[in-house]
Write a protein that binds this ligand. Structure first.
Ligand code: ZN
Length: 326
């Protein structure tokens, strides 16, 4: 196996072009597929203008398809419905317009106090609201949202995942967002959770989302934060790099600028971390093939300290942001 520390950059920074702003980039890091333990290496550049990080050269469609084995991620079975606690449902009712939920009166009464102590980022409910989950996987998120009275459907690339969704009675298009050819102004809410980093041209992707959103419709994005403390600490071993499947890594400001170009206004943004990401990164860094750090109590405790540090410094591993079509 190659020692990836010894490999020199393949691309001349003068030749590379940022997919977001077309500016030049400089070498950022060289990594390999730690998840499936493959030896091939891939190079990433960072834009000198907007600081977006992108794979260079950008892989072709056929190459991208080969990055995803059938057992990638979640495609296994119909997931159970999420259990929402009464305190969470109370906050949804009190603050986010989820007025049709069946909630005990005590939790309705207490919901303003609960909200004051436990702020939960979510989307305000729209009666008869239509939603689209891009890259819906096994459909868990669609089912959870529909249990809150949304009318969600999905788009999914993986045929096994699509089959699982359809067996669960969910409406899912098999393919990518563009081939689905949704009508203009179709959705009140579009969610792209851990999707945009897998897209070779996020500009075309965002234009399509803006087209299918209704006016005042909202977009939710979750994606790795290229400005994360964990990325700084672990470099090429940072779990959320997910080389080579992640084609781009975004600074939060990249997303704000990109969405604004298509008439979407940012209304919320935060970063957050989970112990799992940093402990998986530690597995990669140390080449740990034994018991994962995520399964060791002491390290899970230590990771909570990291989560706190990332929170205080506003450099969490993931970005969560909401945009509205104006
Ligand atoms: Zn750029």
């Amino acid at each position: 196996m190659n020692n990836i520390d010894d490999i020199k950059p393949k691309a001349d920074s003068l030749e590379s072009k940022c997919p977001l702003c077309n500016s030049k980039g400089f070498f950022s890091f060289q990594g390999r597929d730690f998840l499936f333990d493959k030896p091939e290496t891939y190079q990433y550049m960072q834009c000198i203008n907007c600081a977006a990080v992108y794979e260079e050269p950008m892989p072709t469609f056929d190459e991208i398809v080969r990055y995803y084995p059938d057992d990638y991620d979640v495609y296994t079975k119909i997931p159970p419905l999420k259990h929402f606690s009464f305190s969470k449902l109370g906050v949804l009712h009190y603050k986010y317009n989820y007025t049709d939920l069946n909630i005990p009166w005590l939790f309705r009464l207490l919901s303003p106090s609960i909200y004051a102590f436990k702020y939960c980022d979510t989307i305000r409910f729209i009666p008869n609201g239509k939603g689209l989950d891009i890259g819906c996987g096994n459909g868990k998120f669609i089912r959870d949202m529909n249990s809150l009275a949304w009318q969600f459907e999905g788009v999914e690339f993986n045929p096994i995942a699509v089959d699982i969704c359809r067996r669960a009675g969910l409406k899912v298009f098999h393919g990518d967002l563009h081939t689905a050819e949704f009508k203009d102004n179709s959705f009140d809410l579009v969610t792209a959770r851990h999707v945009i980093e897998h897209i070779p041209d996020p500009t075309i992707f965002m234009r399509e989302i803006a087209r299918i959103l209704k006016k005042r419709g909202r977009l939710v994005i979750k994606t790795p934060n290229s400005n994360a403390l964990g990325r700084r600490w672990f470099g090429m071993h940072w779990f959320a790099n997910d080389v080579p499947r992640h084609l781009m890594l975004f600074f939060p400001t990249n997303l704000k600028v990109l969405t604004k170009r298509f008439g979407l206004c940012q209304i919320a943004e935060k970063t957050f971390s989970k112990p799992r990401i940093i402990l998986k990164s530690l597995d990669y860094l140390t080449g740990n093939l034994g018991k994962p750090y995520n399964k060791r109590k002491f390290f899970r405790l230590l990771a909570r300290l990291y989560v706190l540090l990332a929170f205080i410094s506003r450099r969490g591993d993931e970005v969560f942001a909401i945009y509205e079509k104006i």
